[in-house]
Design a protein around this ligand. Structure first.
Ligand code: NAP
Length: 276
């Protein structure tokens, strides 16, 4: 659960009324935060990820707290047919599909020399190919005729060299490339494609795993704003990018990291990182 529930939104609560959003990886972390916020601002939702129980309970909670519809669609983004079915079900049951948030991803720290071909391939398949499968499916199924918006959740760790993150860096570089290419190809058809590149987001499991205990303090000291990002930081940016206020943004990758990737040394020394 994000802090969203207890805070007052700067956006009007009908911002996404009449819209339908599909969020991959929408049952946990950043994806859940974005899903919940879109519903609080009027959108009906479809959440897609693998763990059916997790999806069902999250969807039920979002429906109960927001009064919006929220479909739970168990599927693996690596499987294009499963993604096509989930997209078709969203359109059949909710009537349209205006917004896609490609948020599903896998990550584990691993030194490149120890990274197996399977491990490398799994992250490429989820982050990069999964983003393509969902984008392709919503474009062909709805957005090509009706327009819409795609928001990819990228990262900053491929801007430099991040030890232990070869697989993720390669996958997120592909996500950035797709963001720019699809923005140009699909822009004329009324489809905007943008990305948000979060730095370390302190209230996610991933950041807690990658930066345990004192490592988080050392990381904080490297960030110009002297704080880790929060899920709400990404949620607020996502609401802006998906809103009409950002209608001239297309193919843009918005970094939200407190200036960390401009500031010099990131990540921390390889020898101090878990698994590296
Ligand atoms: P998270 O909680 O682990 O969320 C990842 C989601 O993706 C999970 O809900 C997972 O659900 C889903 N998923 C994984 N593999 C999938 C598959 N094959 N098919 C469908 N769904 C799949 O991660 P997070 O920290 O919130 O990260 C969200 C996004 O932000 C990711 O794109 C990540 O790269 C990016 N990001 C995060 C940080 C950070 O500090 N946390 C920093 C930079 C970028 P299932 O396991 O049930 O499938």
């Amino acid at each position: 659960m994000t802090g969203w529930i207890s805070t007052v939104s700067i956006f009007r609560d009908t911002l996404f009324s009449g819209k339908v959003a599909l969020i991959t990886g929408g049952a946990t972390g950043i994806g859940r935060g974005i899903a919940e916020a879109l519903a609080r601002h009027g959108a009906d939702l479809a959440l897609l990820s693998r763990k059916a129980d997790n999806l069902a309970s999250t969807a039920a909670e979002i429906e109960a707290t927001t009064g919006r519809r929220c479909l739970a669609l168990p599927a693996d983004v690596r499987n294009p047919e499963a993604v096509d079915s989930a997209v078709a079900r969203t359109i059949t049951e909710l009537g349209r599909l205006d917004l896609l948030v490609n948020n599903a991803a896998g990550n584990f720290p691993c030194a490149s020399e120890d990274l197996s071909p399977n491990g490398f391939g799994a992250v490429i398949d989820i982050d990069a190919k999964g983003t393509w499968h969902a984008s392709r499916s919503v474009f062909r199924g709805w957005m090509k005729e009706h327009g819409g918006q795609i928001l990819n959740i990228s990262a900053t760790l491929h801007y430099g060299g991040t030890p232990g993150q070869l697989h993720v860096a390669a996958a997120k570089a592909a996500v950035d490339a797709m963001t720019r290419t699809l923005a140009v190809e699909w822009g004329p058809l009324g489809v905007r494609v943008n990305a948000i590149a979060p730095g370390p987001i302190g209230d996610t499991e991933g950041a807690r795993r990658l930066f345990p205990g004192p490592l988080a303090d050392r990381l904080r000291a490297l960030i110009p704003t002297r704080r880790l990002g929060s899920i709400d930081d990404i949620v607020n940016l996502a609401l802006f990018v998906l809103s009409e206020a950002a209608s001239n943004l297309n193919g843009t990758i918005l970094v939200s990291d407190g200036g960390l990737c401009l500031a010099g040394r990131f990540p921390l020394e390889p020898e101090s990182r878990p698994g590296v």
